[in-house]
Design a protein around this ligand. Structure first.
Ligand SMILES: Nc1ncnc2c1ncn2[C@@H]1O[C@H](COP(=O)(O)OP(=O)(O)OP(=O)(O)O)[C@@H](O)[C@H]1O
Length: 274
């Protein structure tokens, strides 16, 4: 249903995504892993057409997405809703209005200007919030909610668009472990119950293993792994993250930096001993 062929994005001399070729033939739950700067966000942004591609193509259900513009591009963007690490809500606006923002593409300028929403949309927004366990918070300002609750509001806003694909760029990177779990469970449920494809950039390996059917590993802009969580061995993970022998199963891209920092004094100690 979704195919990326030799997808490339360059920023000057820097090739952020380098000839990525991937085929998604069913709406799975997919995790993209890799260390900081590997090209994960750029890949998602190209998919959503927030970023133009330098070369290569994206096709969805036989249509070329790569060159869409104007209304057709906006239609595609509503079909593949994006959620972000920082939630991107309007903090002072109430939760239900934030969710209703997900219908902006479908409404006239005048209706948008006066915040006029059809009753059916308001009911649907509350139903979606209910499904995500946060309907009680509907009248509150978004800023009054916890991070995990705000991310669920962002997911609700995405669902208002009735997307076929949900793209999540580090959806749990700002959350504590408890909230992270609730958000990942919500995304998994949306995938399983609605049959929507979910593609999430994740910075922890164990999250990718636990919630995803398929894991894609990126390194220096290239896709270096594409397989099931079972196929993702520690050796493979080490290669994706460009880590040494010190790499452990529990390690993540953030932890690798810590590992490198802790590895440095060890090397120094060896040198001193010599
Ligand atoms: N708008 C931009 N202008 C210039 N360079 C960019 C831009 N966006 C990304 N890059 C570069 O492209 C490369 C890939 O960045 P990207 O944000 O896609 O990586 P990432 O894997 O998502 O990393 P992180 O986990 O830190 O977000 C990096 O070298 C980055 O500096």
């Amino acid at each position: 249903m979704l195919t990326l062929t030799s997808l490339t994005k360059s920023f000057g001399q820097n090739v952020a995504v380098d000839r990525a070729t991937l085929n998604f033939d069913r709406p799975a739950m997919i995790g993209i892993i890799g260390r900081s700067g590997a090209g994960k966000s750029t890949l998602l942004r190209m998919l959503n057409r927030l970023a133009d591609v330098t070369s290569g193509t994206i096709t969805f259900e036989g249509h070329d997405i790569t060159k869409l513009s104007g209304k057709a591009k906006r239609h595609w963007q509503s079909q593949c809703a994006m959620i972000f690490q920082q939630f991107n809500l309007v903090p002072r606006m109430d939760v239900v209005s934030n969710v209703l923002h997900g219908t902006l593409n479908r409404r006239s300028t005048l209706a948008t200007l006066f915040n006029l929403y059809p009753t059916a949309d308001i009911h649907r927004a509350i139903d979606i919030l209910d499904r995500l366990g946060i309907a009680d918070h509907a009248p509150k300002r978004a800023e009054a909610l916890s991070g995990g609750q705000q991310q669920r509001v962002a997911i609700a806003r995405a669902l208002m668009q009735e997307p076929k694909i949900i793209l999540a760029d580090e959806p749990i990177a700002s959350l504590d472990p408890m909230n992270a779990q609730v958000v990942m469970q919500s995304l998994r449920r949306i995938h399983e119950e609605d049959g929507r494809m979910v593609i999430a950039n994740l910075h922890t390996l164990d999250t990718a293993r636990r919630y995803c059917d398929r894991v894609i590993g990126m390194r220096d802009g290239k896709v270096v792994f594409d397989g099931t969580p079972e196929q993702l061995t520690t050796g493979m993970a080490r290669e994706i993250y460009g880590a040494g022998e010190e790499f452990s199963e529990a390690a993540t891209s953030t932890e690798i930096e810590t590992l490198e920092q802790t590895a440095a004094p060890q090397r120094h100690e060896v040198k001193a001993a010599v």
